[in-house]
Design a protein around this ligand. Structure first.
Ligand code: F6P
Length: 319
């Protein structure tokens, strides 16, 4: 293995930069070159690439985002685009490819592996919805961003005895909503994995006000509903007036936590070593503390299970 291609794809997540840095260091130690493609699969199609050396990754470990830029590339679903990508990888003498990204990016990884390219994926998404890794890169930082905001909102909420509806990211996954609710002492989490009972939540809020509790926080995953919808319905059902905060993309920014810096570094090294060992068409992930390779087919077929004990914990702690 003389040269490995690298790209970051899909929604950026804090931890991409530490991971890029680790890939470059791991490869340099084995005298392997890293060639980085810009803007994810777009760069692979446009042949927009350059060698990436240790000096280029100096000082990035504490930076959010990705120095390689990222994009969501719909075009890559099609044959023409995939063929073009393979052509460019061959033209650049790449012996392998590392893709850092979420579900859609790992689908791209599997597609290109199916065309004979040696590929390793790295799970990176704030949603923590990728099978084959207990935690995805970026999730921990996003969670810390969320709880930082909710803690602050609780100060003003309790001063005015208000109810707040906080909308967090997670199109198909309630992980961020559930864990942030548990770790901020929120009253309820509304997540796509569980049918929610707004009347029950409304009754609980009213009962809490009777007990002179000073604030109520409800965290909503964007995949389950919107903060506006929940607020409107609470008012309609029970006359409860609430304030709304939609966290949006600020959840994805900021300096990666120690957890994400370490996870990104471990995954980056593991991906390079996996390629050197001759493996392909798999994703490196964190499983029970260890770096583990899972075939991409399994990663994409299986749905990451939701731990019912966490849902129960949130229910009991929020009551
Ligand atoms: O996939 C990660 C994620 O942040 C989701 O939680 C969110 O729904 C989506 O990306 C937002 O995508 P975009 O940045 O393209 O608006």
């Amino acid at each position: 293995m003389n040269r490995i291609a690298l790209l970051t794809s899909g929604g950026d997540a804090p931890g991409m930069n530490p991971c890029i840095r680790a890939v470059v260091h791991a490869a340099a130690e084995k005298n392997i070159e890293i060639i980085a493609f810009k803007r994810g699969f777009m760069g692979l199609l446009d042949n927009d690439c350059a060698l990436l050396e240790i000096k280029d990754t100096s000082g990035i470990i504490d930076h959010g985002g990705t120095i390689l830029l990222s994009s969501r590339c719909e075009e890559f679903k099609y044959d023409e685009a995939q063929k073009e990508a393979v052509k460019n990888l061959i033209a650049n003498k790449c012996d392998g490819l590392i893709i850092i990204g979420g579900d859609g990016s790992l689908r791209g990884a599997a597609a290109i592996a199916g065309r004979g390219v040696t590929v390793i994926g790295i799970p990176c998404s704030i949603d923590n919805d990728i099978f084959g890794s207990d935690m995805s890169l970026g999730t921990d930082t996003a969670l810390n961003n969320i709880i930082d905001v909710i803690d602050k909102i609780k100060d003003t909420a309790s001063s005015h005895e208000r109810t707040f509806i906080i909308e967090v990211m997670g199109r198909g996954s309630g992980y961020l909503a559930l864990i942030s609710a548990i770790t901020t002492g929120a009253e309820a989490a509304i997540i796509p994995e569980v049918t929610f009972d707004l009347e029950g939540i409304a009754a609980r809020i009213k009962e809490r006000y009777k007990r002179h509790k000073t604030s109520n926080i409800i965290v909503v995953a964007e995949g389950a509903s919107t903060a506006y919808q929940v607020s409107r319905n609470l008012s309609k059902i029970a006359g409860i007036i609430s304030k709304i905060t939609v966290l949006g993309h600020l959840q994805r920014g900021g300096s990666p936590t120690a957890f994400d810096r370490l996870l990104g570094s471990r995954l980056g090294f593991a991906a390079v070593y996996e390629l050197i060992d001759g493996n392909s068409n798999c994703m490196m992930g964190l499983v029970k503390g260890d770096m583990t390779a899972t075939p991409l087919q399994i990663v994409l077929e299986r749905r990451k299970g939701f731990d019912d004990r966490l849902i129960n914990l949130a229910k009991i702690l929020g009551s």
